[in-house]
Design a protein around this ligand. Structure first.
Ligand SMILES: Nc1ncnc2c1ncn2[C@@H]1O[C@H](COP(=O)(O)OP(=O)(O)O)[C@@H](O)[C@H]1O
Ligand SMILES: N[C@@H](CCOP(=O)(O)O)C(=O)O
Length: 227
């Protein structure tokens, strides 16, 4: 019944894909769990001094949510997490904890939820799919929630790329960052983004972006979605 789950870091808002395109990176958090009648959390690595070791821990909250959905009582778990993904630094640490919690609970519950259901629950809980979809599926992914189902498409990525993540020295919670976003975007920006997203899906990743000569619309230096 013990389970070990490895969830990758993710970079979201890929190129023109604000809130809908993201990529899994080769940086992993480990979650080792054993079903139990009490709660014990051991944390190694990132967040060892700051993350809660009680029921408020995001991983545990996600496990409990799954037990509630399955109509089963949650008694506890002995959890050891080894964290490598920096927290509140734009590399999907919350998505990793969320996906880890959902998969662990589903395993303990004898897999009542399908992969499609798990992905939908993860997207609904996180509020946007661009971290949880690649964390869950791997690779680079375009995903969106349509009615009650997550539609997802793999984006072609050359396998000889090396990714370098530059993170700020200060934490910035996604919730805080999203709080300053305007509700509306200018028509020109919307058109620019639709055009680049379409171009991204039409061309292979080797294509050169016609607007700025970047090697792919993913890397377009004039992308406006995040400004
Ligand atoms: N390994 C973890 N275990 C439990 N909770 C975590 C873990 N990593 C991140 N979190 C939770 O996610 C929050 C950060 O989420 P968020 O603001 O979305 O930043 P990020 O860009 O890193 O996902 C943390 O404050 C913490 O509550
Ligand atoms: N599209 C989301 C992505 C948040 O990514 P995270 O790694 O900071 O959780 C947004 O821009 O809010």
């Amino acid at each position: 019944m013990n389970v070990s789950i490895y969830v990758p870091a993710t970079s979201a808002n890929l190129g023109p894909g604000f809130d809908c395109m993201g990529i899994a990176l080769d940086l992993w958090n480990e979650f080792h769990a054993t079903p139990a009648d009490d709660l014990r959390i051991e944390i190694e690595g990132v967040g060892a001094d700051t993350l809660p070791r009680d029921e408020t821990n995001l991983f545990i909250r996600c496990m409990k949510m799954m037990y509630e959905r399955a109509g089963q009582p949650f008694r506890g778990v002995h959890l050891r997490m080894v964290n490598r993904i920096p927290i509140a630094a734009g590399l999907g640490s919350s998505a990793a904890a969320l996906v880890g919690g959902l998969l662990t609970a589903n395993h303990f519950l004898d897999s009542p939820f399908s992969s499609a259901q798990l992905l939908r629950i993860a997207v609904e809980d996180e509020g946007h799919p661009d971290n949880v979809a690649p964390a869950f599926l791997g690779g680079a992914v375009l995903a969106y929630l349509d009615q009650h189902a997550v539609t997802h498409v793999n984006l072609p990525i050359r396998d000889n790329l090396t990714f370098v993540a530059v993170t700020p020295r200060f934490p910035l919670l996604t919730e805080t960052a999203r709080g300053v976003l305007p509700d509306r975007v200018a028509r020109a920006d919307a058109i620019f983004n639709v055009a680049h997203a379409s171009s991204l899906l039409r061309h292979s990743p080797q294509a050169i972006c016609h607007c700025c000569a970047a090697r792919s619309p993913i890397a377009c230096t004039k992308t406006r979605a995040n400004t």
